[in-house]
Design a protein around this ligand. Structure first.
Ligand code: PMP
Length: 429
């Protein structure tokens, strides 16, 4: 038995399913999770002292590689001043100013502690602002585990086969309307059938949580027009795309201005941080400026702000990071595609910049229905074949790759080679 196996057995007796977040349990791919001891740059090390090339990177935040020196130093410097005050700090002002300067649509911003908190708060504010109750989300998009979002949810909910969770009341579920991603006509029909009842429309402007799915040309523009026309608050959930697809996220890359934006992952440099922000008139609804209540004992935590600030300053000052992220994404996609062609496998690759999924299906993947056509058992075999070759991937077909700039060209070649061998291994029964 490996140390990871032993720890997992122990964990299962005291933690539900042995993990603190479902997808970590490797349920969809079989086997046991690796228990992690440390990570540095492009590598992660498990309790059995095995080394892997990191392609999860904490599901996104470690975009500059693990234990990146400027972030590590900022945290070390902050620690000597105590860990939490529950009172305003200079760093929070600096953080808010930096976000406002980087993310095009954000005029005011509130810090929270996770992506889930950010999306829950954003729809509450949208409801308070519009005086309406219903929201529209897309099938297969994941916006954290808030009750309103566990309807046709992606990511772990999709991976675990529980896109609609027990424990969400019928009343809550009724207020969440869903449409297929990339289907403007379906959104238009929902709006027509619920006149003046829809507070917000929330989406991942590029989806990462059913695997990587791109918005078709005109989709984001069409949503923007519909929301403006019907006075619906358009929320871009940029927890995954923010500070990844561009310094100002997907909204900058596509040139579309949402009303509110939710952020997480990279914004905290690996610490538990989220944020929501947007139009000043909407954000002024938030307590104590306005009547919509939202609070947090640890919000704007000084250690978390120090990590996040070091991360965002670095990204803001080094635009070459984005050139490199795109280059890495392009190299992987090209290499993977070459292997697919060589092996005669008809799989679909979706990629934009460093967001990338190799879907094990011959269908074009544009939404939840087409994503679900993937051969999940085959992905499980592929995942373990990659792990055996020292590549640590998200243990689900329905996730995007999470690369960091620590990935050298040599490591990219190793990943491409491992992918080709693993595709062959997964195809053999
Ligand atoms: N929104 C999106 C788009 C996400 O990808 C995630 C997490 N993967 C969340 C919200 C929830 O963030 P957290 O896990 O930090 O609560």
């Amino acid at each position: 038995m490996t140390i990871s196996e032993q720890l997992f057995e122990q964990a299962k007796t005291v933690i539900p399913g042995g993990v603190n977040s479902p997808v970590r349990a490797f349920r969809a791919v079989g086997g046991h999770p690796l228990f992690i001891k440390s990570a540095k740059g492009p590598y992660i090390y498990d309790e059995d002292d095995r080394q892997y090339i990191e392609l999860i990177n904490s599901w996104g935040p470690m975009v500059l590689g693990h234990a990146f020196e400027p972030v590590e130093k900022a945290v070390r410097d902050a620690i000597g001043h105590s860990f939490s005050f529950g009172a305003p700090t200079r760093k929070e002002v600096e953080m808010a100013e930096l976000i406002v300067s980087m993310v095009p649509s954000v005029e005011k911003v509130r810090m929270v502690n996770s992506g889930t908190e950010a999306t829950m708060a954003a729809i509450r504010v949208a409801r308070g602002f519009t005086g309406r109750d219903k929201i529209i989300k897309f099938e297969g998009c994941y916006h954290g585990h808030g009750d309103s979002f566990l309807i046709a949810a992606g990511s772990g909910a999709m991976t675990m086969g529980t896109p609609d969770s027990p424990g969400v009341t019928k009343a809550t579920a009724l207020d969440t309307l869903t449409a297929p991603y990339n289907d403007l006509a379906a959104v238009e029909a929902l709006i027509e059938n619920n006149t003046n009842q829809i507070a917000a429309l929330i989406l991942e402007p590029v989806v990462g949580n059913m695997g990587c799915v791109l918005p078709e040309p005109g989709f984001l523009e069409g949503l923007r027009e519909l929301c403006t026309k019907h006075e619906i608050v358009l929320i871009f959930d940029e927890v995954m795309t923010g500070f990844r697809l561009a310094p100002g996220g997907a909204q900058q890359r596509f040139g579309i201005t949402p009303d509110l934006t939710t952020m997480g992952k990279i914004i905290g440099g690996g610490m538990p941080v989220g944020a929501y922000g947007g139009r000043a008139d909407i954000m002024n609804m938030v307590s104590p400026a306005g009547p919509v209540y939202q609070a947090g004992t640890l919000s704007g935590n000084p250690i978390a702000m120090s990590a996040g600030l070091a991360m965002l300053h670095y990204l803001n000052d080094h635009p070459e990071v984005y050139t490199r992220l795109d280059e890495i994404g392009n190299k992987l996609a090209t290499g993977f595609q070459a292997s697919l062609t060589k092996l005669g496998l008809p799989y679909t690759i979706n990629q934009i910049g460093s967001m990338f999924t190799q879907f094990m299906t011959d269908k074009t993947v544009t939404d939840f229905e087409t994503a679900k056509t993937c051969d999940v058992p085959r992905f499980g075999r592929y995942f373990h074949a990659m792990l055996k070759r020292g590549v640590y991937l998200a243990p689900s077909q329905f996730e995007s790759l999470f690369v960091s700039v620590a990935l050298t060209d040599e490591l990219i070649e190793q990943v491409i080679q491992a992918n080709e061998e693993s595709l062959i291994e997964a195809a053999e029964m």
